[in-house]
Design a protein around this ligand. Structure first.
Ligand SMILES: Cc1ncc(COP(=O)(O)O)c(C=O)c1O
Length: 288
C-alpha cells in the first residue's frame, strides 16, 4: 500500500481509498494531516521568502513564536523556562535533554524504563528498551540504569519502589542519576500508558529525591512524539514538574515543530528552523 496524500484524520492510497489514521505520525501530527490553518501559515511564510535556516540567530518567526509560547503555554502553568530549538526530530530533543541534564548535574548515568523508546540516535538508543533497536547502534551503549515501567512483568514488580530503595542506599551500586527519562504513554509494541497514580508516585519520588538524595532534574514524558495530552496529564494532574520538558507545537509539514522548555540558567537558545516557529505560532493561535 502506498499513500499519496493526507488530510485531517485521513490518509489516502494510490487508488483513492481513504484510511482513518490512528497512527498520526506516532503523535507528531496532533493537528492532523495538512491542517488548513498551519498549511496556510507555511505557504505564506515561503511566499514571503521567510528565513529557512538561521542557526542560532534570532528571526522574526522565532521571536513571535517564543512570545506567544511564553504567554500561552509557559506563563499560565507557572513554568519559568528557557526554550531551546533543537534539530527537527524527536531524537534531537532527547539528545539535547540528556546533554543538558548531564551538564547541569555533573552526573553521567540516566534512569530509563523497560519498554521505553526515545529515538534512533546513540544517546536515545541508550535509554531505549528494545534489544534489536539498541543493537543497531553498533557500539556499546551505556550510562543507563533500567527500571521496570508501570505494569512490567504483569505488575509483579514495582519499579518505583526499587528505584526509591536503590537511590536511598549508598551500597546499592546505583549512584545518583543525572535524570529520569520516561514516556507517560509508551508507544512501542502497542500503546502502554502509565497509570496516573504511577506517574504521581514518580513525581513524588522526584520531589523527595531532590530533597533527600539530590536527584537531578528528571527528563520526563517528553521524548519525541509523546503526546501533548500525556504531557499535560503528567505535568498537571500527576504533579510532576519538568526539569526539562518538551512540546510539539504541532506543525508536521516536513519539519516537525518541536522545542523544549528548559530551566533558567541551564541552557541557551539553539538550533535554526524558523519555519517551525511560524507554524507553531499558527498552531497556538488556532488551538490556543
Ligand atoms: C516516544 C518517542 N520518542 C522519541 C521518538 C523519536 O522521534 P524521531 O523519530 O522524530 O526522532 C519517537 C519516534 O517514534 C517516539 O515515539
Amino acid at each position: 500500500m502506498v499513500f499519496t496524500h493526507g488530510r485531517g484524520s485521513r490518509t489516502y492510497d494510490r487508488d483513492g481509498r481513504a484510511y482513518l489514521d490512528f497512527f498520526a505520525g506516532a503523535g507528531a501530527l496532533n493537528h492532523g494531516h495538512n491542517h488548513p490553518v498551519l498549511k496556510r501559515a507555511l505557504l505564506d511564510y515561503l511566499e514571503q521568502d521567510g528565513v529557512t535556516h538561521s542557526l542560532d540567530m534570532l528571526t522574526a518567526a522565532k521571536e513571535d513564536f517564543l512570545t506567544e509560547f511564553a504567554a500561552r503555554v509557559l506563563a499560565p502553568r507557572g513554568l519559568d523556562c528557557r526554550v531551546q530549538f533543537p534539530g527537527p526530530t524527536g531524537t534531537n530533543s532527547v539528545e539535547a535533554a540528556l546533554k543538558l541534564a548531564r551538564k547541569v548535574t555533573g552526573r553521567q548515568n540516566v534512569v530509563a524504563f523497560t519498554g521505553g523508546f526515545h529515538g534512533m540516535s546513540l544517546g536515545s538508543l541508550a535509554v531505549t528498551g528494545n534489544a534489536a533497536k539498541r543493537a543497531g547502534a553498533g557500539v556499546p551503549l551505556g550510562h543507563t540504569w533500567r527500571i521496570p515501567y508501570d505494569g512490567f512483568a504483569g505488575g509483579r514488580v514495582s519499579g518505583l519502589q526499587l528505584l526509591d530503595g536503590m537511590l536511598a542506599d549508598s551500597s546499592s551500586g546505583m549512584d545518583l542519576p543525572a535524570a529520569v527519562v520516561v514516556e507517560t504513554v509508551q508507544g512501542e509494541g502497542g500503546v502502554n500508558p502509565a497509570r496516573l497514580t504511577w506517574l504521581a508516585d514518580l513525581a513524588e519520588l522526584q520531589h523527595s529525591g531532590e530533597a533527600d538524595h539530590g536527584t537531578g532534574p528528571p527528563v520526563r514524558g517528553v521524548a519525541g512524539r509523546t503526546r501533548p495530552a500525556a504531557h499535560r496529564s503528567c505535568g498537571g494532574r500527576a504533579g510532576a514538574r519538568p526539569g526539562v520538558g518538551g512540546v510539539l507545537p504541532g506543525a508536521g509539514h516536513g519539519q516537525e515543530g518541536r522545542c523544549r522548555g528548559l530551566r533558567p540558567r541551564t541552557a541557551r537558545g539553539d538550533g535554526g528552523f524558523p519555519r517551525r516557529g511560524d507554524e507553531g505560532h499558527a498552531a497556538l493561535d488556532h488551538h490556543g
